[in-house]
Design a protein. Structure first.
Lengths: 331, 331
DNA sequence: CTGAAAGCGCTTACAG
DNA sequence: CTGAAAGCGCTTACAG
C-alpha cells in the first residue's frame, strides 16, 4: 500500500497552502473559483481522502455515534438499529454498534471504549446496568439518549411498558382467564420491572392474589421462553394464560405449549410484547403489544442530534404508546 | 462539561514525563514499580481516558473495523453482525455498522466514510456493487473480507450457494414436483446469481425446460416475497413448487399461498434459504438450506484479524457448506 | 481571497 | 528506567 496522500500533498501539487485546501474540501471560507478548481483537480488526481482522525482531533467532533443494545439478533433491537442508522447516514454520521449479550460488564466496557473513540453521542438501549453504574458510565459521555430506560437528567425514548402490560392483562381477564402466569425477563431490565408492575396492579385491582410461583424469569429469547414455559407449566398446570416478557419469549412458550400438549388459545392463552414481524406469522398468531421499533431508533437519533447541536430540548422524554394487538394466541 | 484531561495533565500531577505515562497506560516499555503506581494513581484520580483519535493518528491503527450489510433487520445479517461483534469485542475492536438498505449508492458512500474514519479493516456482506465499482471502493481500504461474495484477490467467507440450490431443487424433484418456479432476489446479489445457476442446472440436467416466466425477482424480505408470490402464482397457477431466494421471501410466499387458497405443501411446495430462527417456527415449518450465520460472522472477523496482523493467509477463501433442512413446507 | 503559526493528544525513534 | 523533540494530519484563530 502506498503512503497515504495528505492535505500537504494536495497543497503542494495545487500550489496553494494547506489552509486553502482545507477551505475547499470543507467548503468553509471564501476561495476564488479558479483556485477552487485547481485544488479540486489535485484532490481528484491524488485520490485525497481527509483523515477523520486528524480532523476529529482538531475539531473535537468525530461525526460518529455509539449504539449499544443487548442483542442485535432480537428483531426488536435490529429494528431500532435500522432506524438509528438511517437517520445517522442521512446526517453524515457513522454508527458504532455494540452488542452486550445481556452482560453488564460487557456493556460497561463497551461504553468506555466508545468514549475513548470520542463518539459525539451515545444511544443506549435497554441498559442492564444498575442505576449507580449507569450514571457513572454516562458521565464519561456528552450527548446521550436512553431507549427503554429512564434516568433523571437524560433524554430518553420510551415505551409505556406499564400501560402495555395493563392492557394485555385486562384483555386476558376479559377473556375469562383467571390464572395468569408471567414469564418475566431479566431482573436487570427496566422494561421488565415496569411490565411486572402493570401485571401486579391489574391483578390487585381485580382483587386477585398473585400466586407466589406464577412469575418466573427466563432469558429474553426463544430458547429461554421455551424452557421457562416448560418449567412454569409443569409446576403450575392450572395456569390458563402466560404473559410473556417479549415476543421471542412468547414464541418459545408457544413451542413449549405444543410440546406439553396444551392447546393455544383454548387451554392456554399466550401474549407477547413488541410485535416483531415474526409475531403475526406464528400459528396461532401472537396477541401482543405493538411497539414502533423503527420509530424508536429514528426518534432516539433525532433527539441525540438535537443534543449534539446544543439544543436544550435534547433532554426531553418521548414516550411512545404501545398498542394492544389482538390475535389468535389470546383472542 | 469540564475540559478533558489529557496525558499532559496526568504527567504533571504524577510528576513524570508524558512518555512515562504513555508507557504505563499501554504497558509498553519498562517502568519502575513505584513510578507506575504514581502514574496509575494520577490516572485514577483525574479519570484519564486516552483519546483514541490521537492514538490512532500517531500509531496508524484505530482498533476499529467496519461491517456493512444490506439489511440488519434480516435475521441473517443480524446473526452475522452478532458473530462479528463478539470476536471484535474479545480482541478489543469496536465495529462500525453500516446498513445499505440494498442501495448501491448508499453502500458506496458508506465504504468511503469508513475509509475516512480509518478503520483497520472491513467486512462487507453481500455487496450489491458491480465488480468494477466494488474493486475501486475496496482499493481505498486495507484489510478486507467479503462475505457472500467473491472477488479475486480478496479474502472471503462464502456459502456454497449453488450447491444449496441444487440440493433444494433435487429435493423438490424427488418429491414429485415438476413445475418449479423461482422467486429470485435482487439482480445485484451475487448469492442470487449462484442460486439461479444451481436451479437452472438441475432443471437442465433433468431434461426439463425452464419456462420463461417462472422466474420472478422480488425484494428480499417478507413483503417482497408475498407480493412476488402473488404475482407469480396468479400468472402461472400451474406451478407446484416455489424455490425462494431466502427464508424471508419464503415466509412471504407462505402468506401469499394462504391468501390465494393454495395449500402448502399438498398443492404447492415452498422452500427458503438461510434457515433463520423463524424458519422452523412457521406453519408449516420451512424446508430450507441451513447457513451457519453466526459462524459466518465469526470466521469473517478471524480472517480479517489475520489480515490486519499481516498474515498472508488472510486472503484465503472459506466456503461453508449449506445443509438441506427438510421440513413441512416441502417434505 | 490567502497563508504562516500554533495546537489538537498521543507515540515513535533517539538519547541518556 | 526516564525524557525532550519531532511528527501523525488536520483546523482554529490571526494576519495580511
Amino acid at each position: 500500500m502506498n503512503k497515504r496522500v495528505t492535505i500537504a500533498d494536495v497543497a503542494r501539487t495545487a500550489g496553494v497552502s494547506m489552509m486553502t485546501v482545507s477551505r475547499v474540501v470543507n467548503d468553509s471560507g471564501p476561495v476564488s473559483e479558479s483556485t477552487r478548481q485547481r485544488v479540486l483537480l489535485a484532490v481528484g488526481e491524488l485520490g485525497y481522502r481527509p483523515s477523520g482522525l486528524a480532523r476529529g482531533l482538531a475539531t473535537r467532533r468525530t461525526a460518529t455515534i455509539g449504539l449499544v443494545v443487548p442483542d442485535v439478533a432480537n428483531p426488536f433491537f435490529a429494528g431500532v438499529a435500522k432506524g438509528v442508522e438511517q437517520i445517522a447516514y442521512a446526517e453524515g454520521y457513522n454508527v458504532f454498534l455494540g452488542n452486550t449479550g445481556e452482560d453488564p460488564e460487557h456493556e460497561l466496557t463497551l461504553l468506555q471504549s466508545l468514549e475513548e473513540k470520542r463518539v459525539d453521542g451515545l444511544i443506549l438501549c435497554s441498559s442492564r446496568l444498575p442505576e449507580a453504574d449507569l450514571r457513572q458510565a454516562l458521565q464519561w459521555h456528552g450527548a446521550t439518549v436512553l431507549v427503554n430506560r429512564q434516568l433523571e437528567g437524560f433524554g430518553a425514548v420510551l415505551v409505556d411498558d406499564q400501560r402495555g402490560a395493563i392492557a394485555l392483562v385486562e384483555h386476558l381477564l376479559s377473556g375469562g382467564r383467571r390464572r395468569i402466569g408471567m414469564l418475566a425477563g431479566p431482573e436487570t431490565s427496566h422494561s421488565c420491572r415496569l411490565r411486572l408492575l402493570g401485571y401486579d396492579s391489574v391483578l390487585q385491582e381485580a382483587g386477585m392474589q398473585r400466586r407466589q410461583g406464577w412469575m418466573l424469569r427466563c432469558a429474553p429469547d426463544v430458547a429461554g421462553g421455551r424452557q421457562g414455559a416448560i418449567n412454569l407449566l409443569q409446576a403450575y398446570p392450572e395456569l390458563d394464560a402466560l404473559l410473556c416478557f417479549n415476543d421471542l419469549v412468547a414464541v418459545g412458550a408457544l413451542q413449549a405449549a405444543a410440546e406439553l400438549g396444551r392447546s393455544v388459545p383454548d387451554d392456554l392463552a399466550i401474549t407477547g410484547f413488541d410485535d416483531i414481524p415474526l409475531a403475526a406469522l406464528m400459528t396461532p398468531p401472537l396477541t401482543t403489544c405493538s411497539v414502533p421499533v423503527f420509530d424508536l431508533g429514528d426518534q432516539a437519533m433525532r433527539l441525540l442530534l438535537e443534543q449534539i447541536g446544543g439544543c436544550d430540548e435534547g433532554c426531553e422524554r418521548i414516550v411512545l404508546a404501545p398498542e394492544l394487538v389482538i390475535r389468535g394466541s389470546a383472542p
